[in-house]
Design a protein around this ligand. Structure first.
Ligand SMILES: Nc1ncnc2c1ncn2[C@@H]1O[C@H](COP(=O)(O)OP(=O)(O)OP(=O)(O)O)[C@@H](O)[C@H]1O
Length: 359
């Protein structure tokens, strides 16, 4: 798939920017603080309903603006077109699909963007939340039922947590239905996550093998978020006392995690910062490749500040793979990255939130 049009209003320094994009590689080049990353953020927002920069929800709105809005025309490889939009004035985000009010899930289902950026190493070196988000984004695109299950799970979790925090401990009967619901939905979420990771495994082995051959075979480990010897609802009942003391639910699908271990770097601490970044990039590429295998089209790939993140050999390897796959690629850099010189790429100069195509 690819964006044919992208319109961004009121996002950081981008006051009102319209872009026409084609197939293949697009480069956004310009000085620091010009607004290059903000363009990728807008694309990512349509596919995830959030920015890839942490804590950015309020910072996204341009200072002094009352509304933020991002609109994209997505051309699918089968010729179909989806018009996706996301806007926010005040605290509420509103989604639109083909001119009609829609849910966030609907637009995210139509528009797939993956991104490698300077914070991506957090997928390997950071907390479990990033890894769950990555996993669940992939699961969602394979199993549309996932979102509904996840919402049911979150609702039950919220209810149980508020019982845990009540001034006077409620009777057991009030906990039981929520614990049963958590147990049921968590089990199905777990099965979907496991099935997705099984499908991801060969894609990951291939992309890691291409980018980090020196680290040897790769192993993917998954933790459900609760012990696998008993049903979750039983464990929730058993550990209610501990959860009451802590004021929140300490086990369940919201505590799941996964990890990658290499034959020659079994612990995460064995990886250099550059290897963490390459591993995160391999995860992103594997997810894109699996998406393409399942859905029949590549997601849009964003590479933020590519030249400062990777050495030239790895930049070249990534660009070659994406060009071969005919993915639409949006790259940023203070200059045109070396592996793109001589390649057919549409280059835009970005300065102070303004864009101009360079011939
Ligand atoms: N809410 C906001 N309102 C207005 N301007 C903002 C807001 N948030 C950030 N900015 C400004 O918008 C610009 C955003 O820059 P962005 O991160 O997109 O730049 P960049 O071209 O990727 O820079 P770099 O090369 O330094 O990474 C910066 O100049 C920043 O100061």
């Amino acid at each position: 798939m690819r964006f044919e049009q992208l319109r961004i209003q009121g996002l950081r320094c981008l006051d009102d920017v319209s872009l026409s994009l084609g197939a293949g590689v697009h480069v956004f080049a310009g000085p620091n603080g010009a607004g290059k990353t903000s363009i990728l953020e807008a694309a990512f927002l349509l596919s995830h309903g959030r920015s890839f920069r942490s804590g950015a929800k309020d910072a996204l709105l341009q200072r002094g603006a009352s509304r933020i809005s991002v609109f994209g025309e997505v051309r699918h490889d089968d010729g179909g077109m989806s018009r996706v939009g996301l806007g926010r004035s005040g605290q509420r985000w509103e989604a639109r699909l083909d001119g009609e009010a829609a849910t966030l899930g609907q637009i995210v289902g139509e528009c797939a963007v993956v991104c490698f950026e300077p914070g991506s190493h957090a997928l390997i070196a950071g907390g479990a939340e990033e890894r769950r988000r990555y996993l669940d984004w992939g699961v969602f695109h394979v199993e549309h039922e996932f979102l509904m299950l996840w919402r049911r799970y979150q609702r039950a979790l919220k209810q149980r947590n508020s019982l845990l925090r009540a001034a006077q401990t409620p009777p057991e009967a009030m906990f039981l239905p929520w614990e049963a619901e958590l147990g049921q939905t968590a089990e199905r979420i777990h099965q979907m996550r496991l099935a997705y990771l099984e499908r991801l495994r060969p894609c990951l082995a291939a992309s890691v093998g291409g980018l980090l051959p020196e680290l040897g075979a790769v192993e993917l480990r998954f933790k459900a978020g609760w012990s696998d010897d008993r049903a979750l609802h039983e464990q929730l009942a058993e550990h209610r006392g501990r959860d009451l003391a802590r004021g929140h639910t300490t086990m369940g699908a919201h505590r799941a995690d996964w990890a990658i271990a290499f034959e020659h770097a079994p612990l995460r601490e064995h990886l250099s910062r550059g290897q963490e970044k390459l591993t995160a990039l391999a995860c992103m590429l594997a997810q894109a490749e699996l998406y393409a295998a399942i859905r029949g089209e590549w997601p849009i790939v964003c590479l933020d500040d590519l030249a400062s993140e990777l050495d030239i050999a790895h930049q070249s390897a990534v660009v070659a793979q994406l060009t071969q796959a005919s993915a639409q690629v949006l790259v940023t850099g203070t200059e045109l990255p070396a592996p793109l010189q001589g390649l057919t790429a549409q280059v835009f100069h970005v300065e102070q939130g303004q864009l101009a195509p360079l011939l």
